[in-house]
Write a protein that binds this ligand. Sequence first.
Ligand SMILES: Nc1nc2c(c(=O)[nH]1)N[C@H]1C(S)=C(S)[C@@H](COP(=O)(O)O)O[C@H]1N2
Ligand SMILES: [Mo]
Length: 372
Amino acid sequence: MSSSNSLVLGTDPGRDWREAVSAGLVARSEQPLNCETPPPLLGGDVTPTSRFFRRNHFLIPDLDAGTWRLQIGGLVNRRLTLSLAELRHLGSQSLAAVLECAGNGRSLFSPAITGERWDLGAVGNATWTGVPLADVLDLAGVRQEAREVIFRGADHGRVGGSPETIAFERSLRIGPPGEPCAPLAHEALLAYEMNGEPLHPRHGFPVRLIVPGTYAVTAVKWLTAITVTDQPFEGYFQTSQYVYEWQRDGALVREPVGLQRVRALITDPAAGAEIRRAGFAVRGIAWSGAAPVTRVEVSLDGGGWQAASLAGEPGPHGWQCWELPVRARGPGVLSIRARATDRVGRTQPAQPQWNRLGYGGNFLHEVQVRLR
Ligand SMILES: Nc1nc2c(c(=O)[nH]1)N[C@H]1C(S)=C(S)[C@@H](COP(=O)(O)O)O[C@H]1N2
Ligand SMILES: [Mo]
């Protein structure tokens, strides 16, 4: 029996808040709990769970591993009800994947946007272990006419002034049987571990969805039901939020957020650091949902872009660590900027396109330091 079955943790908002602050996170709201990781704490391959950003729309549900069940139904040949032990028996695959909130960087848009005022730290990289979604769907037998799969979390609350309570729900497209799954769904994992331990209650215990390369709204926490359907899902978090909304050729265009946009962050030196040596290293992380990052460049004081070296083996969906030794002479303020490019040639724009809800803001990260 897995050790997670004996893990019964209450969720105490005050304690969650204090833990976040003592881990060095910047808290944006206490209830629901929303906090981000300052870039200097993001350096390194994997983000420790204690420092991983937290993004919740409702209060964190307190689920008991012993009584929790995952229901799989809708357009399937066999409805399934799985306990945690049964789900774990279905498989154990691990991958590193970046979770980034689509609203990361929102506070940098101008004109300003309402919504959680994320700076650049609503992102983390973790190792996720779980059962491939495709295996569970195969077990249930997806019917010919199925087109989408809806994932429901145990958390719920009111949104947009409505008196009704809704659950956190999202859907993924799937291909007709016999065709490969839609590209986003085919690598998805029903994850029960994060960084080698049972999921923490605030990160979705006992099971969450992970869809590598996509903005983290897809990563439904506290999963309780998976429903296969032939209809487009139009839930609040699918069609009212997490959509790019902009004017194009005089018309209002709405598109769901999807792949994470390419981005580099500077993790070292920290903004405002005092540097006493002429030679020092600039380090950071970079990721892209479309393809692995193949180039990171750094510009000092607006000068030419210099290529950084890429370190380690992040895997297809983990973030890429990078480093560049530089020399700069003081005294004075030095501006350091970083820019990433991925294998399919996507790179960071000078100014991301403003959109009403403030998603996909992959601004170039600039850090200013003081040279002594
Ligand atoms: N059930 C549920 N799943 C959820 C959310 C939520 O509020 N409820 N928030 C989503 C969003 S918008 C983000 S950015 C990620 C944050 O995951 P984390 O808190 O583990 O960092 O979870 C996603 N999954
Ligand atoms: Mo998010």
